[in-house]
Design a protein around this ligand. Structure first.
Ligand code: SF4
Length: 882
């Protein structure tokens, strides 16, 4: 097999990959050196792609009410139920909830069906949760949702400001690119602005740990400072912008002086002055903003407060300059192009513009067209609960985990008349609510395009056959459209045909007034499409090889052709810490996991870095709430409760907590973060405020703790459990606040007749069980009153890889003591070479290592994907301080 070029399915960086067959009949995946997004680099997630191809829980057949049916029955049933509901209640009684995981071609037909043929705009996407505030900010400033920058601007900048972006973990290949740029240009300065001192902040020249929600105050202050000190580009402001005076006047009201800014943002005046001066004195500035800005009830304003500063200085549309929104998902941008958001039409046209509506309807030759914006994600699920929306089709996403206020989402889906879920995985928190399940293809099987953060369209190529009866999403949607009576409009022979239509719509009656334009690709042949090189739109006859940078001619896509300053009155989050809920909860990603773990959670390599859901807390807060490192804690508010492992972290700011977003009921009993996130949204974008909730924390009163290794996943009834993948099986961590488990012990039911060894002390509450399957250990469970009494996790998890046990070893398993003395290597830091924290610390101390390169030479850690480099730097720093 010659290498197949494709694109990583995880984040918005959009790295190119090369897939090759390996000698064992499997595949290996490496970075594509010719892809401009990554030039051969991959992070830990991309490097492990080959390990996630064989999912143990694929959805393989359509199902209705849990029973397997054929495709025709499934699509006819959906069409019939949709028609009944639409006839009785109108088109707005049905909805699609789609995903930035879909390919552009899937997205295009879903949007066309809902907006042009069903006649409602009730199609929204999980991209609403990650970047819809950036979309709205772009539209207000530039007249269209436009990201002007390229990754090359990161190479060329002299100052990179990362706002609300833990780039090292969330966009790792771009972080490595920034670090490389710093090596090439030692004068490059990096500033991070984030309430959290993240792994990215550790390597910055300056970190502003501002108070949660105060970003717009800070950037308003910067605008005032730049104007007051003569840093404005007056010609650019006069000829290419509007609204400057009003924006400056308003900024002056909230942020008149450095002192006022420092006070409100809880920064020192020196920190604020340093940032303002660096920004002012550096011509080539790129300001990156990401989820820390977008996931806010004032995310649009925050985005515009950043863009305002670039407009004032004229720093956009030129090399090394611009406000650069990093998107989360692999195809969030593609969804924006086809109108995947409920308030967009298609090809960057607007629903509330009658000319656009008429144009799109004429192009589609559709019987109808949505006349008003549809329901945005949070509103949609509230409308479902209220019974206004009676049927929802969820595609490639897991809203029970990702939408705020989990219980509300569950109530909504639980009482919805018709819930359809298309997914590649059979069991997720959302598929549990489905009346109809449709098996979809996944990465490696799908064929189409995605667009990354820098507007670069790349191909995803299939290299695996469709399993069982699974189908591509575009085909499923088209079959339902055909069953609804729209056969001639959804009769695509291939994704190439859909892509040509998408390109043609972008060019349709577009004399340059819409920037999004793929006119040069309207006539692509199948071969052209298959050989499409990664290209940044617009792609027109004048720019057939794409467009690196926008706004180079200083004209914009507003009605006047001028960019708009937006007057920003900063708004704090609605909820404030109080006596009952004194802590602010911040949220984010861990390094090696993606979204709701359905893919990364099945590989031991990616699971080794963060094995359990946790909460970061400052040492003083931990002491105040009687919490110690490694304890379990309850994090709660009026919406619900989480049970999480405590990580005492001196870098966490006082009064705040951090919890990662990935865990859900497939992987832990009580760690779905959205359970405690209220459904507060930005009034313009509808994006939820996922970075700010007020909560309280208290010790979890564990009466016993346990650890279980097993070859197959099992249902655990204990109050707390979480699991992670290990070689040969799964490792579960268990706990309970009740000793009733010892009175009616559920764990004894795990015993089989095949052979087991058991130890039980009901008085001291110890229980141990080992099950044997011939020579191999099938399951092993330890329960004790404290975690300290449990055996070494490293030893225990290694037992599933041991094929045979001697009789003394079998007898010794229940003692919980390793057969031979093993140094504890600690938490895995380098997942490529399985190198633990203790091993690295020891090597630093004993061998006097002083650099990441030296650690790499000694232990190989950090020498493959580079995702652990920021943590290696942290370890070097902390060891140096000791
Ligand atoms: Fe994939 Fe990592 Fe590249 Fe993101 S940075 S696209 S997760 S390899």
């Amino acid at each position: 097999m010659t290498a197949i070029r494709s694109t990583c399915p995880y984040c918005g960086v959009g790295c190119g990959v090369l897939v090759e067959a390996n000698a064992k009949g499997g595949f290996k995946v490496k970075g594509d050196p010719n892809h401009p997004a990554n030039a051969g680099r991959l992070c830990s997630k991309g490097s492990a792609l080959a390990e996630t191809l064989d999912h143990p829980d694929r959805l393989l057949y359509p199902e209705i009410a849990g029973q397997r049916v054929d495709w025709s029955t499934a699509t006819q049933t959906i069409a019939k139920r949709f028609q009944q509901i639409i006839q009785t209640h109108g088109a707005d009684a049905v909805a699609f909830y789609v995903s930035g995981q879909l390919l552009t071609e899937d997205y295009y037909v879903a949007n066309k069906l809902m907006k042009g043929f069903i006649g409602s705009a009730n199609i929204d996407t999980n991209s609403r949760l990650c970047m819809s505030s950036a979309v709205a900010a772009h539209k207000r400033a530039f007249g269209e949702d436009l990201v002007s920058c390229s990754y090359e601007d990161l190479d060329e900048a002299d100052l990179i400001v990362l706002v609300g972006s833990n780039t090292a973990w969330c966009h790792p290949v771009l972080y490595q690119r920034i670090m490389q740029a710093k090596q090439n240009n030692p004068t490059l300065k990096i500033i991070t602005i984030d309430p959290r001192c993240t792994q990215t902040a550790e390597s910055a020249d300056l970190h502003l740990g501002l108070a949660s929600g105060t970003d717009a105050l800070l950037f308003n202050g910067l605008l005032v400072y730049l104007a007051a000190n003569g840093y404005q580009d007056s010609t650019f402001i006069e000829y290419s912008t509007e609204g400057f005076e009003a924006a400056l006047h308003t900024a002056n009201l909230s942020s008149p002086t450095i002192q006022a800014v420092a006070l409100q943002c809880q920064l020192t005046e020196t920190e604020v002055r340093q940032f303002f001066q660096l920004f002012a004195h550096t011509e080539k500035v790129v300001t990156v903003f990401s989820q820390g800005i977008n996931q806010s009830s004032s995310g649009v304003d925050k985005g515009n407060s950043i863009i305002n500063c670039h407009l004032l200085t004229g720093r956009l549309g030129k090399s090394g300059r611009g406000a650069f929104s990093f998107t989360g998902q692999p195809n969030a941008m593609g969804g924006r192009e086809v109108g995947g958001l409920a308030n967009q039409l298609a090809a960057h046209m607007e629903i509330d513009n009658p000319i656009h509506r008429e144009r799109v309807q004429r192009f589609w030759q559709s019987p109808t067209i949505a006349t008003k914006a549809g329901l945005k994600a949070v509103d949609l699920f509230q409308a479902i609960e209220q019974g206004k929306v009676k049927a929802v089709w969820i595609m490639a996403t897991n809203p029970v985990v990702s939408l705020p206020d989990t219980e509300q989402v569950k109530r909504a889906l639980g009482q919805c008349e018709l819930v359809i879920v298309s997914d590649c995985v059979r069991h997720t928190d959302t598929t549990a609510f489905a009346d109809i399940l449709l098996p979809a293809l996944t990465w490696g099987e799908r064929n189409g395009t995605v667009t990354n953060t820098e507007r670069r369209i790349s191909r995803q190529h299939p290299f695996l056959p469709a399993p069982a009866e699974a189908k591509p999403d575009w085909q499923i949607i088209c079959e339902v459209a055909q069953a609804l009576g729209f056969a001639q409009y959804f009769d695509y022979p291939s994704t190439a045909a859909i892509f040509r239509e998408h390109a043609a719509l972008s060019a349709f009656e577009n004399q340059g007034e819409r920037c999004f334009n793929l006119s040069a690709w309207q006539q692509l042949t199948q071969q052209d499409y298959d050989e499409l090189l990664p290209t940044q739109w617009p792609v027109t006859l004048n720019a057939p090889h794409g467009t690196k940078r926008l706004f180079t001619d200083q004209t914009f896509f507003t009605s006047t052709g001028k960019a708009q300053f937006i007057a920003i009155t900063p708004r704090p989050p609605r909820t404030k810490p109080c006596v009952t809920y004194p802590s602010v909860l911040n949220t984010g990603r861990v390094r090696d996991h993606w979204h709701t773990l359905t893919r990364t959670g099945i590989t031991e390599r990616l699971s080794a870095h963060s094995t359990e859901p946790y909460v970061d807390i400052h040492p003083e807060d931990a002491a105040r709430y009687f919490l110690a490192n490694g304890d379990l804690a309850e994090v709660y508010n009026e919406l619900g409760k989480l049970i999480l492992r405590i990580k005492v972290n001196p870098k966490q700011s006082r009064g705040s907590l951090f919890v990662p977003m990935h865990w859900n009921q497939q992987f832990s009993s009580a760690a779905n973060l959205s359970t405690v996130i209220p459904a507060e949204t930005d009034p313009i974008s509808g994006q939820p405020e996922s970075k700010h909730a007020v909560v309280a924390i208290r010790p979890y009163p564990a009466q016993w703790q346990g650890v279980l290794i097993t070859r197959e996943p099992i249902a655990i009834p204990s109050e707390y459990w979480s699991r992670y993948k290990i070689k040969g099986g799964w490792c579960y961590t268990l706990a309970s606040s009740t000793l009733a488990d010892f009175k009616t012990p559920w764990f004894t039911a795990l015993k089989t007749e095949q052979g087991y060894m058991e130890y039980c002390d009901n008085t001291q509450h110890h229980y141990r069980l080992a099950l044997w399957q011939e020579q191999r250990l099938a399951l092993c469970l330890f329960i004790s009153p404290t975690t300290q009494a449990l055996p070494s996790r490293q030893w225990l998890t290694s037992l599933l890889t041991q094929e045979t046990f001697t009789t003394p070893q079998r007898n010794q398993v229940l003692s919980g003591k390793p057969f031979t003395a093993q140094p504890d290597q600690g938490r895995i830091i380098c997942s490529c070479f399985n190198v633990g924290e203790n091993t690295i610390r020891q090597a630093i101390q004993q061998q006097g290592l002083t650099s990441v390169q030296a650690i790499g030479t000694c232990l190989k850690a950090g020498t493959n994907c580079g995702s652990c480099v920021s943590e290696l730097n942290q370890l070097l720093q902390t060891e140096r301080q000791q």
